[in-house]
Design a protein around this ligand. Structure first.
Ligand code: ARG
Length: 394
């Protein structure tokens, strides 16, 4: 019997997909579930897959790999799609694709499968990711293929003894990992409606007294919180909880999907929002002007590639090499004030700081040569002077 490796979340769609792949395609199903910080119980998911009759159920804790190889590269590029979305979902897809391909190879499977719909970006990201690594694998996307209505899917689940989660009245589509939570659907599909407070968990307001934190970076990577060395995974987890407690990190965005649709997306991403702002603050201190300006334009291109599912594209890798090179001096510390609903960067320092108080000050003791400014302006403006001499502007 041919085999398929299915990316399995443990939810209803992918549970139905297990049975559907067995019945419709006569395949032996192997499931792959990865823990990237979405708060699932891997043992429960494994048991659920086994109860549904899979050949093998892989459950892998990939939090460290996700942060090291996907989140940190994105931090170095200050990656925010349309300047607001830290790409949590988008960054997880190439990792899932990589492991689908890996496990398919290890098990001699001809197919991989995933539970993406036909309307989103995730189908593109997983399909392209798999094809980039294993061009000969065939991809099946049951949810994209079956024409079940919600009711028909439920009926199919009941007929096939697939457990239906009791909380199925939750009308939202949610995807979560360490870098952020994406919430779509239900009432959120009306862009005029304020998101109901109940949808927020990570950023539920639990603290109002202002406080300060210090975040340290070494070569672009967050390495310590309040002076205490921690792994990037620990820092992200801690910030999601302490910063999220102030209601910081909510994003309400009308987003341009790759497939052309405009959609209303809600995100909760306290750690991501804060880390990227702090990271930018060190860069402003240590980068010479042209590097800073040029890097910001290249960041936009990088973000597009990642959002579009082109993680394994050579252009993303080449831009990544540029980003990595720029991080050599992105070392230092940022002081951040937290208060309900927002935060501000209130201090920054770095051994590589280019800030020179003598040059900048308006007080006594300035070291800047204002006489040189006169000559500088003459030469800087020379092309325009020559142009103006040929006929004044009317
Ligand atoms: N719009 C975001 C993106 O494309 C979030 C997608 C959420 N995915 C999901 N399966 N619920 O990256």
């Amino acid at each position: 019997m041919e085999k398929v490796v299915l990316a399995y979340s443990g939810g209803l769609d992918t549970s139905v997909a297990i049975k559907w792949l067995m019945q419709k395609y006569s395949l032996s199903v192997i499931t792959l579930t990865v823990d990237i910080g979405q708060g699932i119980n891997l043992n429960e998911v494994k048991k659920k897959a086994e109860d549904l009759g899979v050949e093998k159920a892989y459950v892998l804790d990939l939090k460290d790999e996700f942060v090291k190889n996907y989140v940190i590269p994105a931090i170095k590029a200050n990656a925010m799609y349309e300047r607001v979305y830290p790409l949590a979902t988008a960054l997880s897809r190439p990792l899932i694709a990589k492991y689908l391909a890996k496990i398919a190879k290890e098990n001699g499977a001809k197919y991989v499968a995933h539970g993406c719909t036909g309307k989103g970006n995730d189908q593109v990201r997983i399909d392209l990711g798999v094809k980039a690594i294993a061009p000969d694998l065939e991809i099946i996307a049951p949810v994209r293929e079956w024409n079940f209505s919600r009711e028909e899917e439920m009926e199919y689940a009941v007929e096939n003894d697939i457990p239906i989660p009791v909380s199925k009245k939750n009308p939202f589509s949610i995807d979560e990992n360490l870098w952020g939570k994406s919430i779509e659907g239900g009432i959120l599909e009306d862009p005029w409606q304020e998101p109901p407070e109940e949808i927020f968990e990570v950023t539920k307001l639990r603290k109002e007294e202002p406080s300060y934190i210090e975040l340290s970076f070494e070569e672009g990577v967050p390495v310590a919180l309040n002076g205490i060395k921690k792994s990037p995974v620990e820092i992200i987890e801690e910030l999601n909880s302490t910063v999220g407690a102030y209601g910081i990190g909510r994003i309400d965005h009308i987003e341009n999907r790759l497939v052309g649709i405009k959609s209303r997306e809600i995100y909760e991403a306290p750690a991501a929002v804060l880390i990227i702002k702090a990271h930018e603050a060190i860069e402003s201190l240590v980068f010479p002007r042209e590097l800073l300006h040029f890097k910001r334009t290249l960041e936009d291109k990088y973000v597009e590639l990642v959002y579009y599912g082109l993680w394994f594209d050579p252009l993303r890798e080449a831009i990544q090499a540029f980003m990595d090179k720029t991080q050599e001096r992105v070392t230092g510390k940022v002081r951040i004030k937290l208060q309900p609903w927002n935060f501000s960067i209130v201090g920054r320092e770095s051994p590589y700081s280019l800030y020179d108080h003598g040059l900048a000050t308006y007080d006594k003791g300035s070291t800047f040569s204002t006489e040189s400014a006169i000559g500088f302006i003459q030469l800087f403006g020379l092309p325009n002077y020559l142009y103006a001499k040929k006929g004044p502007k009317s």
